[in-house]
Design a protein around this ligand. Structure first.
Ligand code: C2E
Ligand code: CA
Ligand code: CA
Ligand code: CA
Length: 277
């Protein structure tokens, strides 16, 4: 609880202290979590305009023994800063491949086309990233086009030429790259056509209330035009209502994601969607 204070500095610094304490608590528990494998992966389906499942996004969930349930928005930044995202990311890739292998054995027409995983800048810049990824895919006999990776604009902007080379290599191996949260960062349109991107995912903030918010309509339409021009797929996330969906269904969009269709599901429930395979 904040109290009025002529010298605002004292409670400001104690807020900072509280934040730092929280972070170090998370980091400590995160280290244990890696040891004890306290993580789980949820899968959120992506659908086409008819509601058919095209793919799914893998999303980390952490039920900490010490802290209870912690949201990715809180622990992912700590994992990135501490470097713990590397073992956590390896764990996720491993387990996502296991899941893809399970689905792959089933009927080709009913299975999802791909599972996408989020790759943080720290993971992506590892020199062995591509090699390790390919090794894991091969170990589980997963076809390369069954896995896609989602990266954000920050990855693309730091060290541009290295990033492009790396993306090209992944692309050549058949692993499609999706640019996530498009429009939310310090994005520069000038680099877009230089990147071998399969897909742009429009940031959720532009989809919220798009049925009524003119600003969001204009921004989203522009991004859809850009995708069309550069022959990239366009995906929208965070679709929460029927009327947002109705508005979007008139647009040239490849896939939709959001609570209106499916929430992120535990692996078991996700797999149950493909029982008929
Ligand atoms: P993101 O990559 O943008 O993932 C989409 C987020 O939007 C997920 O949050 C998802 O649960 C949420 N979402 C999906 N549909 C809706 C909707 O209709 N409305 C609203 N309000 N939200 C929706 P989540 O799972 O909490 O993840 C948050 C962020 O944490 C992710 O954002 C991603 O940046 C990061 N993250 C999650 N899992 C991983 C991971 O395995 N690795 C890395 N590096 N980052 C991850
Ligand atoms: Ca994502
Ligand atoms: Ca996103
Ligand atoms: Ca995000």
């Amino acid at each position: 609880i904040k109290h009025g204070n002529r010298n605002g500095f004292s409670f400001f610094s104690s807020d900072l202290q509280a934040l730092a304490d929280k972070r170090s608590k998370i980091e400590k528990s995160l280290r244990q979590a890696v040891q004890n494998e306290e993580f789980e992966i949820y899968y959120q389906p992506l659908v086409d305009k008819q509601g058919a499942i095209l793919g799914a996004e893998a999303l980390l969930r952490w039920q900490s023994e010490a802290l209870g349930w912690v949201s990715p928005a809180e622990f992912i930044p700590v994992a990135e800063e501490s470097g713990l995202i590397l073992p956590i990311g390896d764990w996720l890739i491993e387990n996502a491949c296991k899941l893809i292998k399970t689905i792959q054995c089933n009927n080709k027409h009913l299975q999802p086309k791909y599972i996408s995983i989020n790759i943080s800048p720290r993971q992506f810049i590892q020199p062995q990233f591509t090699e390790n990824l390919l090794t894991t895919l091969d170990r589980y006999e997963v076809a390369h086009n069954k896995l896609r990776i989602e990266i954000t604009e920050n990855v693309a902007i730091d060290n541009m030429s290295l990033t492009i080379a790396k993306m090209q290599q992944l692309n050549d191996e058949g692993i499609a790259i999706m640019l996530d949260d498009f429009g939310s960062g310090y994005s520069s349109l000038s680099y877009l056509h230089k990147l071998p991107l399969r897909t742009i995912k429009i940031d959720r903030s532009f989809i919220t209330d798009i049925d009524t918010l003119k600003d969001n309509q204009v921004i989203t339409s522009s991004i859809v035009d850009i995708c069309e021009h550069f022959s990239m797929e366009c995906i929208v996330e965070g679709v929460e209502t029927e009327s947002e969906f109705n508005y979007l269904s008139e647009k040239n969009i490849t896939a939709l994601q959001g609570y209106h269709f499916y929430k992120p599901l535990p692996a078991k429930k996700f797999l149950a969607l493909f029982k008929g395979c």
